[in-house]
Design a binder for this molecule. Structure first.
Ligand SMILES: NC(=O)c1ccc[n+]([C@@H]2O[C@H](COP(=O)([O-])OP(=O)(O)OC[C@H]3O[C@@H](n4cnc5c(N)ncnc54)[C@H](OP(=O)(O)O)[C@@H]3O)[C@@H](O)[C@H]2O)c1
Length: 325
């Protein structure tokens, strides 16, 4: 059990982070700054938890988070950079913003956090924890950008271990597929998860234990370690596994194209209906305008006639008066 620690935990509102939060909040004397962009569900989680909304994908966000933690705790004993998100689809989109957001959240933010944290520690002891990913060690189809963002983070932790000061422990988590909101965030259209799938509570327990024991890496799924050895020794096993994942992506692409076709069909139908309604409304308006114009012209002609009559009458009266004089 981790006790008497001041802790910053990002991505604390859901999934793995939320399960880690539950465990850390039970530790005697722990104080936790629990962070996500939306923190309504953890606002009143426990007396020793301060929920704080913060977007860690920006420099300003991370700077503000350190300021907040320093104001609350003074020293941060454990900084757990867990927040991250995926995207699942064949990589054929030219969406700069999506790539940018994924790298800022999954890679740049935790790297920048390291630099901020060693400065904050200033020689005192501390623990930096990262949630990397099994996909950060073995790429699978459909997750090209997510996978590369986690490979980069993995490369960073590997390099920085050779530079880091002795007062800093770095513990990295390598989950396989874990049943969290991750897969809902990854695409609005449902898809098949990679095999195997673990519960977030199982993953969180192993990570908290790993942090406590000073582990460098935590692989919560024994099968992943075993399969890495097996795939290294017998490459065809890896080919079979990756072919299964490729087949999942192919099925997803078919599903997505049906979904897109249906979406376009619906959009075309809605557009047609709207255009029909607009044409009808225009016709009705034109009819009304023509009718109003006709009525107005009639009234104007009548008024003109009356005025003419009145003018003639007045003229006659004037003539009469002149003759009378
Ligand atoms: N589930 C898996 O299969 C799996 C496998 C390997 C690795 N991982 C990694 O595990 C970590 C946790 O993911 P999860 O599976 O627990 O997914 P999750 O249930 O979707 O949780 C993600 C958490 O991160 C927060 N978050 C996302 N973007 C953020 C931002 N810009 N600023 C602050 N907080 C942010 C989310 O809250 P808000 O949206 O409110 O900000 C949420 O609390 C991620 O790094 C993920 O890449 C997951």
């Amino acid at each position: 059990m981790i006790d008497n620690k001041t802790i910053v935990l990002t991505g604390a509102s859901s999934g793995i982070g939320f399960e880690v939060l539950k465990l850390l909040a039970q530790g005697k004397g722990n104080r936790i700054l629990a962070v996500a962009r939306h923190v309504d569900n953890i606002k009143y989680f426990a007396d020793n938890v301060t929920a704080w909304p913060c977007d860690i994908s920006t420099r300003e966000g991370v700077d503000a988070l350190f300021e907040k933690a320093e104001e609350l705790f003074g020293k941060i004993d454990i900084f757990y950079a867990n927040a991250g998100f995926p995207y699942y689809e064949e990589f054929n989109y030219t969406d700069w913003d999506r790539i940018d957001a994924m790298f800022r959240t999954n890679t740049i933010s935790p790297i920048y956090t390291y630099a901020k944290y060693i400065r904050h520690l200033d020689g005192r002891e501390g623990i930096l924890a990262y949630t990397v990913s099994a996909i950060g060690e073995m790429a699978i189809p459909g997750y090209a950008i997510y996978s590369s963002s986690k490979f980069a983070l993995n490369g960073f932790q590997e390099a920085i271990r050779m530079e880091k000061p002795d007062n800093l422990q770095i513990t990295c988590l390598y989950p396989v597929a874990t049943d969290t909101n991750f897969f809902k965030v990854a695409n609005a259209v449902e898809f098949e998860k990679p095999f195997p799938v673990q519960k977030p509570s199982t993953v969180a327990k192993k990570m908290v234990k790993g942090i406590e024991e000073g582990a460098e890496r935590v692989s919560p799924c024994g099968l992943f370690g075993l399969s890495k050895v097996l795939m290294g020794a017998l490459p065809p096993v890896k080919t079979v596994y990756l072919n299964l994942e490729k087949a999942k992506l192919e099925r997803f692409k078919e599903k997505l194209s049906v979904y897109h076709d249906r979406f376009h069909e619906k959009a075309d139908k809605a557009r047609e209906e709207l255009e029909e309604k607009a044409a009808k409304a225009r016709e009705e308006l034109e009819e009304k305008a023509a009718k109003a114009r006709g009525e107005l012209e009639e009234k104007a002609a009548k008024a003109r006639e009356e005025i003419g009559e009145k003018a003639a009458k007045v003229q006659e009266e004037i003539k009469d008066k002149i003759h009378g004089v």
